[in-house]
Every structure is written in C-alpha cells, then in structure tokens.
Design a protein around this ligand. Structure first.
Ligand code: NAP
Length: 286
C-alpha cells in the first residue's frame, strides 16, 4: 500500500511516561499506522515530571500528538486548554493532540478501554447484570477511568483501596458511589468485581492482593498487562476466578486514540497481534 499523507494529521506521535520502557503502545500503534499505510512514526519519550511542561510546549509547537501514561495523566489534564467531557470528569488525560491555532487538547480513552475490557470479562462469565459491588485498588489516572464507567452501572458501589487514602480525595469528591479504605492485608470486602489499577505486577510477579483475600466468585480485572498475562491473573484463574489482564483495555484505548488523531478506525486485530502471542479474542471493539 502506498504511504498516505495528510497535512492535517499530527506531525508525529509520542507516548509520554516515566518510565516508558515497559510500554507496548509504540509497537501496537506503529503496527496500526503501517496497516493503515499512514506515513507517521510513534515513539516512547521518557519524560521526568520536572520536564513535562517544557516537553508539552515543544510538542504543541510541532503539532505532535500522543498518549500519556504513568505518572503524567493528571498533570497533562491540567496542562490541556481544552478537554473532552470524559477527560474533565476523570481529571486525567491519556490522549492529546493540538487543534488549529495551537490549542493543546486532551481526551481520556482509558474510559472506553476499561468499559470494553470489563464488558468482555463480565459477559464471558455471565456476570453482566450482577455487579453491584466493585473493589478498586489504586487511586490514580486509571482508577479515575474505572470510577467514570462504574458510575453508570445501576446501583454500583466502589470500595477504593489506597495505600494513602488521602490520594483518593479527588475521586471521592467527584464520585458519590466511591468510598475509600486503606489498602491492608485483610480479606477484601464482598464484591463481584476486583480491579487492580496500581502498577503492582508490571515489573515482577507480585500480586496487588493475595489470591486468598479475593471475595468468593469475584471476577478479577488487572489493568496491568503482559504478553503472557500477569502472574496475578494466572493465579486468580487457577483459583477459579474469571480473570483478564489489561491487554484488551490497551488495544481499545489505543484504537480510540488512533481514531481521534486520524478520523478513522485502526485494525484492532493487527494491534492485538503486535502486542501478544495470544490468539485474537472475538468481539474486539465490543
Ligand atoms: P498512576 O496515576 O500513577 O496511579 C497509580 C496508583 O497506584 C496510585 O494510586 C499509586 O499510589 C498506586 N500505587 C503505586 N504503587 C503502589 C504500590 N506498590 N502499592 C500500592 N499502591 C501503589 O498510574 P495509572 O495511570 O493509574 O496506571 C496504573 C496502572 O494501570 C499502570 O500499571 C498502568 O500500566 C495500568 N494501566 C493500564 C492501561 C491499559 O490500557 N491496560 C491503561 C491505564 C493504566 P500513590 O498515589 O500512593 O503513589
């Protein structure tokens, strides 16, 4: 396919994070760009918090666009002049671009990504309409996306477990269905869904909570992802819990970002195959 070029597209694409070495987005987005014949590159930029604002100003002047990962999502939300309602609601931006006139704009496609991942897990476990109690571990940008999605689930209450409960104040102020408790070693409260929104398990086989502390029968969704699933997901499934890692969320949030930048849907199957050795699941995009 000949390479396509459109002057209105971003000049280049970047992933802003610190660290970014673990991230699979560059490989995934590069595969989507190649499959669409789009003449752009996507690269990871390791940016320390102190350098974030200067980097954003430089990227805006180049009319670059990109994604944002740990720990910059809230800071980029503050730096964006315009935000989508979802980004505003969550207080976190994971996708940015520069509008005509140089305005830095932000969206939160983690919301759509989490929704697709949770729906697929719960549908597969025939638990779609049964989730009333959610345990959410972590209080950062990804947790905010979980709060946005669960706020639309009927009669749903979220118990947010944080090592420093004060860090969850923005979320408990914003979302009435969320209450916070300290993260301890005690058994988790009863719940039908447990979500890990911390980086625990990203660089090791550590578990965010012990398998025997999980509520009986709860589905387990780890937002951390790995080519061969995370150790926590494998252990939870081994103990009889329906479980999935964050790979579907990664693909879905990335597909929504691609659509935002280029006004067209990417090939999700290509994206999935670029980041995993696993078979492509059915219903990507659902
Ligand atoms: P973040 O904004 O930096 O938030 C991380 C949260 O985890 C904070 O509440 C932090 O607590 C807590 N935390 C960090 N280390 C911890 C530890 N050792 N014990 C207990 N709590 C700990 O990061 P984020 O953007 O929300 O991302 C969190 C994770 O989700 C990352 O691993 C990321 O890879 C994953 N994620 C995946 C996807 C996907 O597409 N699958 C999308 C987004 C995020 P403090 O506030 O006390 O530091």
């Amino acid at each position: 396919m000949p390479a396509l070029h459109d002057a209105s597209w971003p000049s280049r694409l970047v992933l802003l994070g610190h660290p970014v070495g673990h991230a699979l987005s560059p490989r995934m987005q590069q595969a989507a760009l190649a499959a669409a014949g789009i003449d752009r590159s996507y690269e990871a930029l390791d940016v320390a918090p102190a350098a974030l604002n200067d980097t954003l100003a430089e990227l805006a002047s180049e009319r670059a666009a990109g994604n944002v990962t740990i720990p910059h999502k809230r800071a980029v939300a503050s730096a964006c002049v315009e935000q989508t309602p979802l980004a505003e609601r969550s207080g976190a931006v994971n996708t940015f671009w520069v509008a005509a006139g140089g305005t830095l704009c932000g969206d939160n496609t983690d919301v759509a990504g989490f929704e697709a991942a949770a729906n697929a897990l719960l549908r597969g476990a025939a638990m779609c309409d049964t989730v009333r109690d959610v345990v959410l571990i972590g209080a950062g940008g990804a947790a905010a996306a979980v709060c946005v999605v669960t706020s639309s689930w009927p009669e749903c209450t979220v118990t947010l477990l944080a090592r420093d409960p004060a860090r969850a104040d923005p979320l408990t102020r914003q979302f009435e269905h969320v209450r916070v408790e300290p993260l301890t070693r005690a058994p988790l409260p009863p719940a039908q869904l447990v979500v890990n929104a911390t980086p625990i398990g990203l660089a090791s086989s550590a578990h965010p909570v012990a398998i025997d502390a999980l509520p009986r029968g709860a589905a387990v969704l780890d937002l951390v992802y790995a080519r061969a699933e995370t150790a926590w997901v494998r252990a939870a499934r081994g103990a009889g819990h329906p479980a999935a890692d964050g790979l579907r969320m990664l693909v879905e949030q990335g597909a929504a970002a691609f659509t935002r930048w280029f006004g067209r849907e990417p090939d999700r199957g290509v994206m999935w195959r670029a980041v995993t050795d696993r078979e492509t699941p059915g219903e990507l995009g659902g």
